[in-house]
Design a protein around this ligand. Structure first.
Ligand SMILES: [Zn+2]
Length: 217
C-alpha cells in the first residue's frame, strides 16, 4: 500500500467511518478512555488487535513492539516504552486484563535464530532487543522432543514459549503482581495463527495453548 492509497484511506475514514460513529468518538473524548484490557502484540502488519478481537476505539489499550516481548522490570533503564505502557495501563487506566499475543510466522522470533547475521551498527537496537527471545530459543533447542522438528516447527514452538516468558516477565512489575494477587488483574497469553484466523489461549494447568472455543450461535 503506497502513500497515496493511505491518504485516500484517511479521506474515506473521515467521510464514512468517522461520520457514522462521530457521537461515540466525541463521547470518548468527553468521558475519557476506559479500556478493559492492555493488549501487547507484535508490530507485524498482519497482526491487527482491533481486527482479530472485533473491537472498537476505546476498547483496547494497545502496545505493539517487535516480537511482542515484555522485558523484565528494570527501573534503571532510561527509555523503556513497553514498561511505560504497562505502568500507564495498570496504574492509571486500571485495566483488568493484560493480553500478550504471540503469533505464527513471527519475523522477530525467526530473527532471534538469525541474530548473528545482523549488522551490529545499522541494526544495533534490533540486535539487542532480540536478546529477549534468547531464553525461549534455548529451551526449544534443548527439548528432547524437538530434536526431530523442522526449523519451521521449532519457530512455532519458540513463538509460543516466548509468549509465556513475557507473561512471566509481567509479574516482575510490582504493580502487576500486586493487582494479580488482589484478584483485580488477569494475565492472559494468546497465540494468533495468521493463516487460519484461530486464536489459542495459554492454559496454566495444561501448560499448553488451547483453541478459544465459541458457544454455538
Ligand atoms: Zn511478530
Amino acid at each position: 500500500m503506497g502513500i497515496f492509497q493511505l491518504l485516500k484511506g484517511v479521506k474515506s475514514f473521515q467521510k464514512e467511518t468517522f461520520k457514522k460513529n462521530q457521537n461515540k468518538y466525541v463521547d470518548l473524548v468527553k468521558n475519557g478512555q476506559n479500556p478493559k484490557a492492555l493488549f501487547i502484540g507484535c508490530s507485524d502488519s498482519r497482526v491487527v488487535p482491533s481486527l482479530i478481537t472485533n473491537s472498537e476505539p476505546g476498547d483496547l489499550f494497545v502496545y505493539r513492539n517487535v516480537g511482542n516481548f515484555v522485558p523484565p522490570f528494570n527501573p534503571e533503564v532510561e527509555f523503556h516504552g513497553t514498561a511505560a505502557a504497562i505502568e500507564y495501563a495498570v496504574s492509571h487506566l486500571n485495566v483488568s486484563n493484560i493480553i500478550i499475543c504471540g503469533h505464527s510466522h513471527c519475523g522477530a522470533i525467526k530473527g532471534v535464530y538469525e541474530k548473528d547475521k545482523l549488522d551490529p551498527k545499522s541494526m544495533a537496537h534490533l540486535k539487542k532487543w532480540l536478546e529477549l527471545g534468547e531464553r525461549a530459543k534455548k529451551i526449544v533447542e534443548n527439548m528432547s522432543f524437538t530434536q526431530h522438528f523442522s526449523f519451521e516447527e521449532k519457530l512455532r514452538h519458540t513463538e509460543q514459549i516466548s509468549t509465556v516468558f513475557s507473561m512471566q516477565n509481567l509479574l516482575t512489575y510490582p504493580m502487576v503482581t500486586k493487582k494479580v494477587k488482589d484478584g483485580t488483574l488477569s494475565i492472559r497469553g494468546w497465540y494468533y495463527k495468521i493463516e487460519t484466523g484461530e486464536i489459542y489461549y495459554y492454559d496454566d494447568d495444561k501448560m499448553d495453548f488451547l483453541p478459544i472455543k465459541h458457544n454455538k450461535d
